[in-house]
Design a protein around this ligand. Structure first.
Ligand SMILES: Nc1ncnc2c1ncn2[C@@H]1O[C@H](COP(=O)(O)OP(=O)(O)OP(=O)(O)O)[C@@H](O)[C@H]1O
Ligand SMILES: [Mg+2]
Length: 233
């Protein structure tokens, strides 16, 4: 479970959120939408404690932003899988080694590494690409590798910041299908996106950032594109 209790977040002394209260339950797939600069990335960063609240507290994966020590932040992040728009793969290592690296740094035994890596690749349909170099793969495939890498430590939560931002519409939907499959295994998935069509394709709980706060919303089609409407509270 993730919870925000009376949280103020600011960047360079500029408030981005004030008095944010939010709960994400086990097994939820949550979208965070809002226009560019509204604070989607900031909100996700606060979940992996790259940004700490000015006020209030954030609870995630058994840690509390108010009491977590700096040296514990890597331990928190081991329980989270983080996915970015630009994939962030190690270009000089194979797909296999990109995933294995994550486990090696925490001292996992070689045999366990192999099983975990192959299982994670299988969950995104890339078991046959283990020996490929990332640059030989398409953007969509590279993002699937990044998702597998996020999964390899069996996280409680996947945080994805514009995971489809660099991909065409069909590939975006494919990526979303993988994220949904992961979510169905019981992992919380939080997706920050400005792609309303993606949300409309696979509706789930959606939070719209407006000003310094967040509202539950629903995404409905409109003549000029897909816009968030139906703000409730
Ligand atoms: N490192 C930073 N220092 C100061 N201000 C920042 C920093 N990063 C972002 N901001 C500001 O914080 C606000 C929220 O930015 P954020 O990147 O979270 O928005 P976003 O919704 O993710 O936007 P986008 O859709 O463009 O990714 C913006 O006003 C932005 O200019
Ligand atoms: Mg962003």
């Amino acid at each position: 479970m993730i919870s925000f209790i009376n949280v103020d977040l600011e960047l360079n002394k500029k408030p981005v959120f004030t008095n944010l209260n939010l709960t994400v339950q086990h097994g939820e797939l949550l979208y965070i939408v809002g226009r560019s600069g509204s604070g989607k990335s900031t909100l996700l960063k606060s979940m992996y404690m790259d940004i700490r609240p000015k006020k209030g507290e954030i609870h995630i994966a058994g840690y509390n932003s108010r009491t977590i020590k700096n040296r514990e932040i890597p331990l928190l992040r081991r329980k989270l899988g983080i996915v970015f728009q630009d994939f962030r793969l190690l270009e000089d290592r194979s797909v296999y080694d990109n995933l294995a690296f994550v486990l090696k740094v925490t001292g996992t035994k070689e045999k366990l590494i192999k099983n975990s890596v192959m299982q994670a690749l299988e969950s995104v349909g890339l078991q046959d690409a283990a020996r490929e170099m990332p640059f030989r793969l398409s953007g969509g495939e590279q993002q699937r590798v990044a998702i597998a890498r996020a999964l390899v430590r069996e996280p409680l939560v996947i945080l994805a910041d514009e995971p489809t931002g660099n991909l065409d519409p069909d590939t975006s939907l494919e990526i979303l299908e993988y994220l949904k499959k992961i979510n169905q295994k019981g992992i919380i998935v939080v997706v920050g996106t400005h792609d309303y069509e993606l949300v409309r394709h696979s509706p789930s709980r959606t939070l719209l950032i407006e000003g310094l706060n967040i509202h539950e919303t629903s995404i409905e089609p409109s003549l000029t594109g897909f816009r968030p409407t139906g703000k409730t509270a």
